[in-house]
Design a protein around this ligand. Structure first.
Ligand code: XMP
Length: 335
């Protein structure tokens, strides 16, 4: 059986009558069950070329949340968390080895949320980890889990007790999961499917989000928030040295956490190879990137004539576009 699926670039939102006079009339907030709600529905991905202490602080300042990655010792991750002081920050754990002690240590040190960060989240070890942490975490600490690509996967993690689920398998800019394994679903399609869930569980669209337009599409399709990696990579606050070569603009490395390069760096060897390592141009301070994203999303809601994300989901109207339409939708001037 074959199912036709849609990716971000296959769709557009049809503009609607608007009475939004200024972008300030648009409210992008989302409740995540922690003491403070998010003002910008964006999580920074727990990757070693994205997340740092300054990144977590700047993303929080902009209204989103950063998730400290788990590719370090418990002490190092706790220390990073403590350095974030007042900012509400999430932290990632796996499902093997020290994961449970790590989660408890992070919560004891003030993590606002724990993210169970696994490539194939519709898995018995992940379900068991969610169940265990659900009982162990104090009230007010958010429990995120993933990643899944299907409604069955989403519902299984929600049923196990996740407060939010990362939706998207193999769609990230640095992913090679679909090439290596033949598995995955276009992230936009997964969001559409998982938004049918009846569980009271937030949907985080993750992987393949290239611009604020994709964020608006993900929110309109049913996501409560998005997770981004490449959009934040190459900023001043992303970890890694600036690479300069004569005659070309400076760059930084952005790599998948399942790339051979990342695995060798953290484990001394690699087993599976489901990601790539690339360089991206330097972008400057992340605050400017986040400001542009925030403006773009607000503009997007204004084109749909809606004042908040719930209204966007209720009223927006998708159309599909042909490849000629997709070409017209991207800048296409010659020369
Ligand atoms: P973007 O498109 O924002 O995607 O750069 C970031 C998301 O990609 C996922 N991720 C990976 N997926 N192999 C994968 O298949 C990897 O090595 C890898 N590293 C990160 C993750 O969900 C992240 O948020």
């Amino acid at each position: 059986m074959f199912t036709k699926t849609l990716a971000f670039d296959d769709v557009l939102l049809r503009p609607r009558y608007s009475d939004i006079v200024t972008r300030k009339d648009v409210d992008l907030s989302v409740e995540i069950g922690t003491p403070r709600s998010m003002r910008l529905p964006i999580f920074a991905s727990p990757m070693d070329t994205v997340m740092s202490v300054p990144m977590a602080i700047r993303v929080f300042d902009a209204g989103g949340r950063g998730i400290l990655h788990r590719y370090c010792s418990i002490d190092e991750q706790v220390e990073a968390l403590m350095c974030c002081e007042t900012a509400e920050v999430f932290a990632a754990v796996g499902v093997t080895g020290d994961w449970f002690d790590r989660a408890l240590a992070l919560v004891d040190s003030g993590a606002a949320g724990i993210c169970i960060d696994v490539a194939h989240g519709h898995h018995k070890t992940v379900l068991s980890a969610v169940e265990q942490l659900k009982h162990a975490l104090p009230l007010g600490v958010h429990l995120m889990a993933g990643n899944v690509a299907t409604l069955n996967g989403f519902d299984a993690l929600a049923e196990a007790g996740a407060d939010s689920v990362r939706v998207g398998v193999g769609g990230g800019s640095i992913c090679s999961t679909r090439i290596q394994t033949g598995h995955g679903v276009p992230t936009f399609q997964s969001v559409l499917e998982c938004s049918q869930s009846e569980y009271d569980c937030l949907l985080i669209a993750d992987g393949g989000i290239k611009n604020s337009g994709d964020i608006v599409k993900a929110l309109a399709a049913g996501a409560d928030a998005v997770m981004i990696g490449s959009m934040l990579a190459g900023t001043t606050e992303s970890p890694g040295e600036v690479i300069t070569n004569p005659g070309v603009p400076p760059v930084k490395v952005y790599r998948g956490m399942a790339s051979p390069e990342a695995q060798v760096a953290w484990r001394g060897k690699y087993s599976s190879n489901e990601g790539v390592s690339r360089t991206v141009p330097l972008k400057g301070p992340v605050a400017s990137t986040l400001y542009e994203i925030d403006k773009g999303i607000r503009s997007g809601l204004s084109y749909s004539g809606v004042r908040n994300i719930r209204e966007l989901q209720a009223k927006s109207e998708f159309i599909t576009q042909t490849s000629a339409g997709a070409k017209e939708s991207s800048t296409h001037i010659d020369g």
